[in-house]
Design a protein around this ligand. Structure first.
Ligand code: G4P
Length: 525
């Protein structure tokens, strides 16, 4: 099967580094587009987005992941870019992790004045776990920033990555005179009172081209020549294989706000970023050119329109040519599902997808049949691996304000755990349900959504437990361990046995006493 060109990627950054601005400018350059968060939210309904979106607005963070698509023609070939937005807030590492399982590469945005910040680092570690290739974009060079060599060395040292500057800023802030592109020997300069980039690229034969003197001040030119020479001697040269293995990052300088470096970034993604890759699975990894249609669900978003209890499952297509109406079998329910109205996140508005290819993201409307982590395939029996649930770091008891609403609460907790917003644990003894999250903000989202979408008023109380572990191993050993610890046992949403631990010490102690039982901090679905 010939696969059309796709680049499926995410942007990782610390809040405020400029991810939103860069995303907008990429879409603008790409001539699109449409935000998946707005699917179904048309006209008056746009205003009726549920309350938890308000939290998002108030806090200035993005809680949901969305999908944005744009195209670019390069050397006669049309390339489709699928940009998956990752929530930038540290509280959403679990959701972010899952989104990063659905991309083939990442763009790391760094603020030139701040360098590597904690969230950049965390997200980078997740990328490294998956050997995702990373292109670095040093943003805001139109403002006063840190010294260029210092920034590059920080990336190299802190992330233990080889860096390869692909362009160079000619001064920063008040002294900013442009960006010089090493590969093409072109200079981009600020113009007009807004000091934006107007798309004019001045061509030179090289850094020793005397014509450069017509465009740059003598001091800036001398500095550029000096720094360029030093940088070319001091850093690795570009190596496609090393980039694709995640060992080297090409670094582009720019200003998303003033449009510097945006086209270069798209060109870099087109030229270097990997096409859809094989995905690990059982019984065997699936190559993108396999003929059978396969994919996995990395995100479920419910109640986008409060008037309809719809939910959209986001599927990353791994192999095959998907056609509308096709029957796929989810690994969860095992019941074949005809995908009649898939959504592709193309163009100005949502479009019914007639076909899609490996690397594409398809939104599948459903009523709860699809869950995060599900594999979908034409033939049953396949299961993609590597989409874990993480052990929660914060556990809370859910206390209803109105005890007659138990049924609604159970439905809401089940729904929200399917979506991956929270994890829910039903203790074997007692009736108080426990929710688990990896970050505090998820708890606020939970309470707000319970109220807005399910009309359930609830409060969260401290739980006697600190964390949870999924139990596995030898049946007899499990039985014995359970008999000693019945007050600590619970079931998760999928009926898996979970040990609720009071402390890390507790886990160690149980592990010692029951060596044939495994206590796992992640669970693959
Ligand atoms: P985020 O999504 O990573 O959190 O960052 P966002 O794009 O929202 O950018 C954060 C702030 O940085 C915004 O300013 C934005 O305008 C500014 N910014 C982004 N890119 C650049 C750049 O290349 N140069 C300069 N000088 N500024 C940049 P703000 O004042 O917080 O918001 P706004 O009121 O300007 O929108």
């Amino acid at each position: 099967m010939t696969i059309p060109s796709r680049r499926t990627f995410a942007i990782i950054s610390h809040p405020d580094a400029g991810k939103t601005t860069l995303t907008e400018k990429l879409l603008l350059e790409g001539g699109a587009i449409h935000l998946a968060g707005e699917v179904k939210a048309r006209g008056a309904n746009r205003r009726a987005r549920s309350d938890w979106m308000k939290i998002e607005q108030q806090r200035g963070i993005s809680v949901t992941s969305s999908v944005m698509t744009f195209e670019r023609t390069r050397d006669g070939e049309t390339i489709t870019f699928n940009l998956l937005d990752t929530p930038g807030h540290e509280d959403f590492s679990e959701d972010t992790y899952r989104t990063l399982t659905a991309v083939d590469s990442a763009v790391m945005v760094i603020d030139a004045a701040k360098g590597i910040e904690p969230q950049t680092r965390k997200l980078f570690e997740v990328c490294r776990l998956r050997n995702l290739p990373i292109i670095t974009f040093v943003n805001k060079v139109d403002r006063e920033g840190r010294e260029t060599f210092g920034l590059l060395d920080e990336v190299a040292d802190q992330l233990q990555l080889d860096v390869c500057p692909m362009s160079w800023p000619v001064g920063m802030g008040g002294e900013f005179e442009g960006i010089y592109d090493f590969a093409t020997n072109r200079l981009m300069q600020p113009t007009g009172p807004s000091k934006e980039f107007d798309g004019t690229r001045h061509q030179f034969t090289g850094l020793d081209d005397p014509k450069l003197g017509d465009f740059l001040s003598p001091r800036a030119l001398e500095r550029l020549r000096e720094e360029a020479e030093l940088s070319q001697g001091g850093y690795a040269s570009f190596d496609l294989d090393r980039y694709r293995q995640g060992d080297l990052t090409p670094v582009y300088f720019g200003s998303a706000l003033k449009l510097f470096g945006v086209t270069e970034l798209i060109d870099a993604l087109a030229a270097h970023a990997p096409p859809p890759r094989a995905q690990p699975a059982e019984p065997a990894a699936v190559e993108p050119d396999a003929s059978e249609v396969t994919g996995f669900i990395f995100k479920v978003q419910a109640n986008m329109d409060p008037q309809h209890r719809d939910r959209i499952a986001f599927m990353r297509l791994v192999s095959g040519k998907f056609k509308r109406g096709m029957k796929l079998t989810p690994s969860g329910s095992g019941k074949p599902l005809a995908v009649h109205s898939p959504i592709l996140f193309f163009a100005q508005d949502r479009e019914l997808a007639d076909e899609a290819f490996p690397g594409d993201i398809i939104g599948i409307p459903n009523h709860g049949a699809l869950r995060v982590g599900d594999t979908l395939s034409e033939k049953p029996g396949l299961r993609f691996t590597g989409l874990p649930n993480f052990a929660p770091e914060i556990l809370r008891r859910v206390q209803l304000k109105d005890p007659t609403k138990t049924k609604q609460l159970r439905k809401a907790l089940d729904d929200l755990s399917e979506e991956g917003v929270i994890q829910v644990f039903y203790p074997e003894i007692g009736s108080q349900w426990i929710v688990g999250v990896v970050g505090q903000l998820q708890l606020e989202v939970l309470i707000s959504r319970l109220d807005a979408e399910y009309k359930v008023a609830a409060v969260l109380e401290p739980s006697p437990f600190d964390t949870a572990r999924w139990i596995g191993g030898d049946d007899a050993a499990i039985k014995e361990m359970v008999s000693y610890n019945s007050a600590n046992m619970a079931k998760d949403r999928d009926d898996n046995l979970v040990f609720m631990a009071k402390s890390a010490w507790d886990i160690g102690y149980q592990q010692e006493r029951h060596p044939k039982v495994t206590f796992s901090a992640t669970r693959e679905r």
